[in-house]
Ligand binder design. Structure first.
Ligand SMILES: *Cc1c(COP(=O)(O)O)cnc(C)c1O
Length: 375
């Protein structure tokens, strides 16, 4: 008789058999337990170091007294508010338990083992997982090598070349994680415009609020023009609500209707709905976080220059730096200093580490630890 483990592996759906779970950043509490220390810092999961708006916290607290009840399954208030924010009909919004949830719904609705999804080399790690989980085929387009576009960035010509009769979904992260690279409006819209009608294109704008460049597009504005467009946003990054899990998709109402068929009932919990709603109203807090992020980015980039390390220019709240030696080793050495960052060898970037922009004192401590570790 085969061992129980290989037996269960044989029973698993073919797509699931070859999957490796998503590797999250190491939690602070875990490292502190392991090292017996108390002041570890985490710059590893692109969380907002300033947290959510105090109004969002108050709304979450107030919502706690109602948690014996299910939330409104439709997320009525939050959906109405998001629709107004984007100038679309409420029927265009699909709420997700984080935007990861929405990415998964897209895969389940549009992909089968007979179909293909296209994404770029170095693209966000959730795309291959969602695609493989439903047994579909992933077509990975090589990223720019730096000669015709930013190195490590999505190469839209290479991506278009991977689109065929069986393609149903193209995933684009703008900006991308872990590279921080992004696509300007004209180039990205040109790509969307030439896609065949049988291909859905997901533009993942998880870091939208952080991007300051005038050429960076709000692709939700294109929804009327391109019915095959799905735009995803999240409250996990600039809004500082990663722990509550709220994200959403904007799409044609018929697409939203399909996503809704596979959406878990009550996928966004009652506390999260209340907090997200209040977070949207605090534009001042959001603007403050974005300003601090820009300053923190400059602080890190200047630090890398002093250490003569090159980094990839990033529009997000994180930056990938080339440490000139195996990244996982430097990551381990930084852990011993109580500093948690993210190795990205699993993305095919063996000498890079991804650093989330922290508070000024966290950035400084990271830079000093990095200097010691590399010395
Ligand atoms: C963090 C991130 C997400 C958002 O994840 P949530 O599920 O909304 O927390 C989506 N896409 C990219 C590229 C990200 O980096």
């Amino acid at each position: 008789m085969p061992s129980a483990e290989s037996h269960f592996l044989d029973l698993a759906a073919p797509g699931v058999r070859g999957l490796t779970p998503y590797q999250p950043g190491k939690p602070v509490a875990e490292l502190e337990r392991e090292l017996g220390i108390r002041n570890a810092i985490k710059l590893a999961s692109n969380e907002n170091p300033y947290g959510p708006s105090p109004h969002a916290l108050a709304a979450a607290q107030a919502a706690l007294q109602h948690i014996a009840r299910y939330p409104e399954g439709s997320g009525y208030q939050l959906v109405e508010r998001l629709a107004a924010l984007h100038g679309v009909a409420p029927g265009c919004i699909t709420l997700g338990n984080g935007s990861n949830d929405v990415l998964d719904m897209v895969a389940r609705v549009f992909l089968t083992p007979q179909h293909e999804a296209v994404f770029s080399q170095y693209a966000f790690a959730v795309y291959p997982i969602s695609v493989q989980a439903v047994g579909a085929v992933a077509r990975v387009a090589p990223a720019h090598d730096g000669s015709r576009g930013p190195a490590y960035g999505h190469d839209l010509h290479a991506m278009a070349a991977q689109v065929g009769a069986q393609t149903r979904v193209v995933f684009i992260a703008n900006p991308n994680n872990p590279t921080g690279t992004w696509l300007p409006a004209a180039e990205l819209e040109g790509f969307v415009a030439q896609l065949p009608a049988h291909v859905m294109v997901v533009i993942d704008e998880a870091y939208f609020e952080y991007v300051a460049d005038a050429h960076y597009p709000d692709s939700s504005r294109w929804l009327e023009r391109y019915p095959n467009l799905i735009v995803t946003r999240t409250f996990s990054k600039a809004y500082g609500l990663a722990g509550l899990r709220v994200g959403y998709a904007l799409s044609h109402p018929q697409v939203a209707g399909l996503l809704n068929r596979v959406r878990q009932p009550f996928n966004v919990n009652l506390v999260a709905q209340a907090a997200a709603l209040a977070a949207l109203d605090d534009r001042q807090h959001l603007a403050k976080c974005v300003r601090h992020n820009q300053a923190g980015m400059q602080q890190l980039v200047a630090g890398f220059e002093r250490l003569q390390l090159s980094c990839i220019e990033s529009a997000g709240n994180f930056v990938a730096v080339d440490v000139g030696r195996p990244g996982p080793e430097v990551y381990q050495a930084l852990l011993k200093e109580g500093v948690i960052v993210r190795p990205v060898a699993n993305y095919g970037m063996p000498q890079h580490l991804r650093i989330t922009i922290g508070k000024p004192e966290e950035n400084e401590r990271f830079l000093q630890s990095l200097q010691r570790v590399l010395a």
